[in-house]
Design a protein around this ligand. Structure first.
Ligand SMILES: [Cu+2]
Length: 158
């Protein structure tokens, strides 16, 4: 019995040694996406006139087990980005900043033309139809999820 235990301890010992030799960057699978959020169908539509803000649309799903609040959006190659929603103001629909947006487990929120969107201000002239950039969403607590963001022309089918 004592021998068996010693052998098991030895195996465990060498396993943890092997684990230690890995690089620090290799995060465990479970923490690859701590937000629990999945972004699908993401695309950036360039503005009709250069220098105007670009609009980013996507489907956001919470595949995690807890509700999370999306606080911030960033678009690589744009000076700044804001979460916008359409709201009625003075009997007219206008866009305005969204506060932190809570998404429940299992829920999907669509960012689509005429509704919620991410507005990317001062998009780089390097962004061209057929190109790519990156969308990053930050949730309360600071965890982030990033996805590739294909760039489409202003007149692309929405
Ligand atoms: Cu907007």
């Amino acid at each position: 019995m004592r021998t068996l235990f010693a052998a098991a301890a030895l195996v465990v010992g060498s396993l943890s040694l092997a684990a230690c030799s890995g690089t620090q960057e290799a995060a465990p699978e479970a923490e690859a996406n701590p937000t629990g959020l999945t972004v699908a169908n993401a695309r950036l539509l360039l503005p009709p006139a250069a220098g105007d803000p670009a609009a980013v649309y996507f489907d956001l799903k919470n595949d995690g087990t807890r509700a999370v609040a999306v606080r911030r959006a960033d678009v690589a190659n744009a000076k700044s980005a804001t979460l916008h929603d359409m709201m009625e103001y003075n009997r007219e629909m206008t866009m305005a900043d969204m506060g932190p947006m809570t998404i429940k487990p299992g829920e999907t929120i669509r960012f689509e033309p005429g509704g919620k969107h991410v507005m990317a201000f001062e998009p780089s002239p390097e962004l061209k139809p057929g190109g790519k950039t990156e969308l990053t969403l930050t949730i309360a607590g600071g965890d982030k999820v990033s996805v590739e963001l294909p760039v489409e022309a202003a007149d692309a089918e929405r």
